[in-house]
Every structure is written in structure tokens, then in C-alpha cells.
Write a protein that binds this ligand. Sequence first.
Ligand SMILES: [Zn+2]
Length: 210
Amino acid sequence: MSKVSQKQQGKDLGLTLCPSCQQLSVYKKRHCSRCGSVLALRDDSSLQKSWALLITAAILLIPANIYPITIFTSQGQTRHDTIFTGITHLVDLNIIPIAIILFTASIAVPILKIVGLTIYLTAISFRLPISKKKLMIGFHIIEWIGRWSMLDLFVISITAALVNMGQLLDARPGPAATAFALVILLTQVAAKVLDTRLLWDRLESKDDSN
Ligand SMILES: [Zn+2]
């Protein structure tokens, strides 16, 4: 009779979770009995996909910050603002709360997310001695904070809508807005495509105590 030890994993027992409906299935079946999705013990290519998306996001962060994200036209004068000059302009105008929201959503969150995901993927790729528990907590934090960067696009669109209603100014998103939206999208997808089960294989259980 086989004894189930703490180290034993579902895949050792020939069991796997359906990626779509989370139904526990016998891997031999190849297809989920409930929803018909293709079953896989591990998606090894997911680590590569995640790295590729993350690197692309990091590169796009450059145009997102150097090109104007908003273009305002008022009385024949056009003002191009990058993320950074937009924030400093808000500080000059003494609109501190919006400046803080913009800084958090457009600078702090994307950078934290990219750095966090880099640490996470490095830990899995190079088998760094970090406990699975810590990595899982880190991963959930990364997914959670990432959602807050949507706030920035929300603020830009609301500002543009409000300003345009006044008819005094014309406000448009600049080229950096596209790059920024892609950074958010790609980091979200990079976290989504990663098969977190790889974590259980890559790290030794002896590291679980730290
Ligand atoms: Zn299913």
C-alpha cells in the first residue's frame, strides 16, 4: 500500500486539475470529463511565455514614460505631458490627491509588478531557495496590485471626458497611453499564463521552513 507523504504531489498519483473548471481528473483521460478541456500535468512552456511577456512589458515601459501620455489643447496652445511631467504639473497646481493616485498607478505599481514578477520567475527558473509559501503569497500580491494600474487609464479617460465637456480644452491620450496600456495588459497576462504548479516541482520542500 502506498503511503501519501507530504512531498507527494498530484502528478505522482496521476491526478491533475482541469485548467478551466478545476475538476480533479485522472491524467490518463487527457480531457476533462466535466468540460472537455485538454488536461496537462504541467505546462513547461508557460515559464518561457511568462518571461517573454514580462521582458516585452519592461521594454514598453520606456516609451510609456518618455512619450506624452496626454495632449491638452487650450486656446491654440498645446500641452504634451509625459507621466512624470503630468504628475509634477498636478503637484504645481496643488492637486495632490490626484497626483498621488497617478504616481501610484502609473509609476509605483507597474515598476513593483515588473520587479516582483522578475524575482518570482527568477526564483522558479534558477531554483532560488525561497519557500513555496512565500512565493505563493508574493504571486497573489503581484496579481492583486496589478489591477490598480487600470486606475491610471481610468483617471486619464475621466479627465479627458470632463475636460472635453467643458469645450474650453481639447484633451487626447498621447502615444504613451497605448504603450502604458500594453504594459498593464502584458504584465497581467504574464502572471496569468504562468503554470503555478511548476513551483511545486522546482523548489525543494526543505526550503519550506523559511
Ligand atoms: Zn474541466
